[in-house]
Design a protein around this ligand. Structure first.
Ligand SMILES: [Zn+2]
Ligand SMILES: [Zn+2]
Length: 163
């Protein structure tokens, strides 16, 4: 099921300019903080021969479930990222390995997508977050403060109802 992102490159490695396009998907389960990507990632791209192996230029698309760090609202967003990665028989630390004349583009694509998950998602740029005292979502229901109304008779009633 994920075999289509393991690509045989025996005829490409070392052949400059020779290339082949590919497309496939793979099921992943990624998490960063409260944000998750669960399900298939779609990968499309081109593998090209280089002097010591191949390079893959690809695009990854997946649906992420994000949680706003301020108000905890959850929503779905499509993540999309593009990348160029090198594969060789003896990869350096930034590259991926060619094993048995095959490359696993799916694993490179999964790594790249993981990097594109936002670390501190905001439902919107100016999200006001939750009131630290009563937990009201300040975006939809402006809380007018808890210190200022303590002198009013209603504050006493409110305390009674809340206890
Ligand atoms: Zn928010
Ligand atoms: Zn409040």
């Amino acid at each position: 099921m994920s075999a289509d992102l393991v690509i045989s490159i025996g005829d490409l490695a070392g052949h400059l300019e020779k290339e082949r396009s590919f497309a496939g998907s793979r099921d992943v389960s990624l998490r960063l903080g409260d944000s998750t990507v669960k399900g298939p990632i779609a990968v499309t791209g081109v593998v090209t021969g280089t002097i010591d192996g191949v390079q893959a230029r690809f695009r990854v698309v997946a649906n992420a479930r994000l949680t706003c760090v301020r108000c905890l609202t959850e929503w779905e967003r499509q993540l999309e990222t593009e990348s160029l990665q090198h594969f060789s028989v003896t990869p350096d630390e930034d590259g991926y390995a060619i094993v048995d004349k095959e490359i696993d583009v799916g694993s490179a694509a999964t790594d790249e997508l993981a990097l594109s998950i936002p670390a501190t998602p905001l439902c919107r740029e100016d999200c006001k977050g939750l009131c630290p005292i009563c937990g009201t979502d300040l975006n939809s229901d402006p809380c007018d403060g808890h210190g200022e109304d303590s002198g009013s008779p209603f504050a006493v009633l409110k305390d009674l109802f809340e206890s």
